[in-house]
Design a protein around this ligand. Sequence first.
Ligand SMILES: Cc1cc2nc3c(=O)[nH]c(=O)nc-3n(C[C@H](O)[C@H](O)[C@H](O)COP(=O)(O)OP(=O)(O)OC[C@H]3O[C@@H](n4cnc5c(N)ncnc54)[C@H](O)[C@@H]3O)c2cc1C
Length: 262
Amino acid sequence: MYNFEYAKPDNLETAKSLMAREGAQALAGGQSLTPTMKQRLAQPELLVDITGLPELKGVARVDGGVRIGGGVRHVEVERSAEVQAAAPALAQLAGKIGDPQVRNRGTLGGSIANNDPSACYPAAVLALDGVVSTSNGRDIAAADFFQGLYETALEEGELVTAVTFKAPMRAAWMKFPQPASRFSLVGVFVAQFADGHRVAVTGASESGVFRHGDLEAALNTGGDLDSVAVSPSGLIADLHGTPEYRANLIRVQAKRGAAAMV
Ligand SMILES: Cc1cc2nc3c(=O)[nH]c(=O)nc-3n(C[C@H](O)[C@H](O)[C@H](O)COP(=O)(O)OP(=O)(O)OC[C@H]3O[C@@H](n4cnc5c(N)ncnc54)[C@H](O)[C@@H]3O)c2cc1C
């Protein structure tokens, strides 16, 4: 490690003024940021610990969905009665992230702000038509929020304060974990709404989470998912799998998800 300043504000306004300082970076659960700092891939001059901000806490039912604070930890989402009632698949997703330590520290806001291409939450935010609320007073639709590998619509110093998820009629989260890291090698979130299905895929693409229109169309028309051609173009190639392997997994996981929706 190297020297840096540390501050732990107890309200959002103070956090915002600290985040406006040059070299400031938010620290939530530290499950992604701390390893990054150890590797010198991030060297913030000021760590603004946002775990004490009441404005980022809490889970509440809202009209047609559920609103989860940006500072809510994975274990809290997993155990939330409100989340289990509105979208049980979302609670299950949270319960399958990493290991108990990660789930006890890591937060929803930290996960989506980081936007790791293999992270689980972005698939749920996209499939459940989520809206990301921020400390700048913006409400950003999921489709606009995720902008590529580790890129989001967040501006410098802007914090995720909450995410509002729509409650689906039925949904399922199908994670095929990479056994060493426990992230998604391929994860598919399938959701059904009155106006159709939404299928969001994480872990597979070089540019991060995306929706699969052909799989959605097949589900909307009652078609056979086996007949959907999933292109390997743009999918990740690494020691864990080829693009073709991931393309096949997308279809297999979507099919399993469609069968498992509750
Ligand atoms: C061993 C291990 C296994 C894991 N397995 C999985 C897995 O299976 N699936 C999965 O999805 N993830 C996994 N993760 C990542 C985990 O979910 C992290 O918790 C998450 O990616 C980051 O959340 P955090 O609260 O720890 O954020 P931090 O590490 O504190 O911050 C991450 C980034 O987000 C920024 N940030 C944090 N909070 C906010 C906010 N509210 N607004 C704006 N910016 C913010 C920080 O400045 C930093 O840039 C794993 C991590 C580890 C270490």
